[in-house]
Design a protein around this ligand. Structure first.
Ligand code: OSB
Ligand code: MG
Length: 369
């Protein structure tokens, strides 16, 4: 393929309800889509991070510069551009996995469309639908939390994840267990809010039979997570600390995690995400697909990945209605607790023109060949 044009489309879509985590509160999904035009067809992707570098070091305005000034110049001149050629071409640019993932995914979408191949088939999916969990933000009160969980369970979600932070951990978990029973698949996500000095406190979660505790300690503190795991019976799961398949291999070898959250954007794209899956699966470590409150453009390829054989736990791949009153693609609808894996070529979805117009703040060419 030859790259002809790359357009950045900044969008802002209101969330149906504010989403609070230990690092901040989101009320809109404010990001950009990448639209690549090649001589073989077009592709789309979504940048996963936010306007502020609170979940990770990348952010919307920074990623635009990185793409325009450092990533696109390195792939634009490739003779025979393919998705697999993107990561090697940009390898000398340090970090910026989420920006790299946006570029690789849009190229992959265009490439797979040109072959008529769905992403799920390309990745090696073994399922046509995937079980859906839901990530529940920090609330102002326990009754408000229980109402939310009750509503999600009534909609059919098969697993609940509670966001936690110091001061909102043992009591919300206890309240959810008391109300909904020990059979409910339940896990928590601290988004780096604790330190190893909190180990005795976190041990109090052990009595609730959680599936896992996600990223309790500082990002990249594999040693600390291994020390913590030695003191907890709840399996530690890493999110922020895993940036590639090598990190994942190290973390597993150190017993820094017994479960792996794969976010394709966080590891630089779907090709590396598949390698993360392969490493974890080969060690018998369960994998699940995380989320970044994506629109349908980011959700569709996550569902394809979540259909791989090692994804043995439900992911944060929730229905469009959990996030938005109106999505930017045809909505993903929960059916019997599952979402369908897209079956049409590439990522299998594209922006609906009317929705795209409504939510677009600015569009600009980042590259013209
Ligand atoms: O840590 O998994 C996380 C959302 C934004 C940033 C980080 C995280 C999350 C979620 C929500 O937990 C996942 C989703 O429903 O998309
Ligand atoms: Mg997380």
């Amino acid at each position: 393929m030859k790259l002809e044009r790359v357009e950045i489309v900044h969008v802002a879509i209101p969330l149906v309800t504010p989403f609070r985590t230990s690092f901040g509160t989101m009320t809109t999904k404010d990001t950009f889509l990448l639209h690549v035009v090649t001589d073989a067809g077009e592709g789309w992707s979504e940048f996963a991070a936010d306007p502020e570098p609170l979940y990770c070091s990348e952010f919307v305005a920074g990623a635009e510069i990185v793409l325009r000034d450092f990533l696109l110049p390195r792939v634009a001149g490739l003779p025979g551009l393919t998705a697999a050629a993107v990561a090697p071409a940009v390898a000398k640019v340090k970090g910026h996995e989420l920006a790299k993932a946006a570029l690789e995914t849009a190229v992959l979408d265009a490439e797979l469309r040109s072959y008529g191949m769905p992403l799920a088939v390309y990745l090696g999916a073994v399922r046509e639908r995937v079980p859906a969990g839901v990530s529940v933000g920090i609330k102002e009160s326990l009754p408000a939390l229980l109402d939310d969980v009750e509503r999600y369970l009534a909609e059919g979600y098969v697993r609940i994840k509670l966001k936690i932070e110091p001061g909102w951990d043992v009591e919300p978990v206890r309240a959810v267990r008391e109300r909904f029973g020990d059979g409910l698949p339940l896990q928590v996500d601290a988004n780096t809010a604790y330190t190893l000095a909190d180990a005795d406190h976190l041990r109090r979660l052990d009595e609730f039979g959680l599936l896992l505790i996600e990223e309790p300690l500082e990002e990249n503190n594999l040693y600390g997570h291994a020390r913590l795991q030695g003191r907890l019976s709840t399996p530690v799961c890493l999110d922020e600390s895993l940036h590639n398949a090598r990190d994942t291999a190290s973390a597993i070898a150190m017993d820094a995690c017994r479960v792996v959250n794969v976010k394709p954007a966080r590891v630089g794209g779907y090709l590396e995400a598949r390698r993360v899956h392969d490493v974890a699966h080969a060690h018998g470590v369960p994998v699940w697909c995380g989320g970044m409150l994506e629109t349908g453009i980011g959700r569709a390829p996550n569902l394809a990945l979540a259909a791989l054989p090692g994804f043995t736990l439900p992911g944060d791949t929730s229905a469009s209605s959990r996030y938005f009153a109106a999505d930017i693609t045809e909505p993903f609808v929960l059916e019997d607790g599952h979402l369908p894996v897209p079956r049409t070529p590439g990522i299998g979805v594209e922006p609906l023109p009317e929705a795209l117009r409504r939510f677009t703040l600015r569009r600009e060419d980042l590259y013209v060949g």
